[in-house]
Design a protein around this ligand. Structure first.
Ligand SMILES: C[S@@+](CC[C@H](N)C(=O)[O-])C[C@H]1O[C@@H](n2cnc3c(N)ncnc32)[C@H](O)[C@@H]1O
Length: 253
């Protein structure tokens, strides 16, 4: 069983084993406290985190510390989704699209106008515009829209075949995921699906600062069920090198 990362004993033993991580963590802790004081809710807080991280490096802000890793992480998401049903004619919604690490490949592959990316961070969406321009994707006319919540109130009923959220719920408290599950079924076509990754724990659920959240699979499956969604754990994703796990959600018929 994993020891909760928030416990003092765990933190002290982690610091002893990884001394080089202590100063960066203290810096994040100071920023966390400052931004938490200034933000009215989690989304406002995380938008501020993204603003600060994007100013330093858009690729770093979505979690890639080199351009090579940024390309590889995007390719991994894209290849998996194509192997699991994505077709050029699909209409796709990407939640938390970031600076289009995978989005640039989805945009290129899908028919013109079929990619819709949303994100809470206007700063990372500006970087997404740069990705569209530098990767020659203007003619594909992707939608890139800032959002303040995950209610999808401005999107039409039963529109999307595929919804994708990579490394978004790993940064989300349960109420944000709950809001997403409560509304996502309305914008999905009846046979559509929604794939998302999450940081999985087999021990106690916990969070690191307000940035990283660890859930048990059964918590997310039960939450989906409460909103009339069936959730399936994607076993074959575990064989890849990515640290997060993946679940596919579909509308119950
Ligand atoms: C780690 S990045 C991953 C970006 C992209 N999915 C990728 O794989 O490159 C997480 C992204 O999700 C966005 N995000 C976090 N919480 C969100 C929410 N509740 N709604 C929409 N976007 C969110 C962040 O602004 C950020 O761009």
């Amino acid at each position: 069983m994993t020891r909760p990362r928030s416990s003092l004993v765990h933190q002290a033993s982690y610091a002893l084993k990884h001394p080089h991580k202590v100063v960066p963590h203290l810096r994040r802790l100071a920023r966390d406290s400052w931004l938490r004081l200034r933000s009215r809710d989690h989304v406002a807080y995380y938008r501020a985190v993204m603003k600060s991280d994007t100013a330093r490096s858009p690729e770093g802000a979505v979690g890639s510390h080199s351009h090579k890793r940024w390309l590889a992480l995007g390719r991994m998401q894209f290849d998996y989704l194509v192997e699991h049903g994505l077709k050029p004619e699909c209409r796709m919604l990407e939640i938390g699209c970031g600076n289009l690490r995978a989005g640039r490949l989805f945009i290129d592959y899908l028919h013109t106008g079929n990619y819709y990316g949303i994100d809470i961070s206007p700063d990372i969406l500006m970087a997404a515009h740069d990705t569209v321009a530098t990767h020659g994707l203007r003619d594909k006319l992707p939608y890139l829209t800032p959002v303040r919540d995950l209610r999808f109130a401005f999107l039409p009923d039963e529109h999307f075949d595929v919804v994708h959220a990579h490394s978004v719920f790993s940064h989300s408290p349960l109420e944000v995921i709950d809001e997403c599950f409560a509304h996502i079924g309305r914008v999905m076509r009846p046979a559509g699906w929604f794939d998302f990754t999450f940081d999985r724990t087999e021990g106690k659920e916990h969070q690191v600062l307000r940035e990283d959240f660890y859930y048990r699979t059964e918590t997310l499956v039960a939450l989906a069920d409460r909103h009339g969604l069936d959730a399936a754990f994607m076993d074959d994703w575990e064989r890849g090198p990515h640290k997060q796990s993946k679940i596919r959600v579909t509308r119950r018929r």
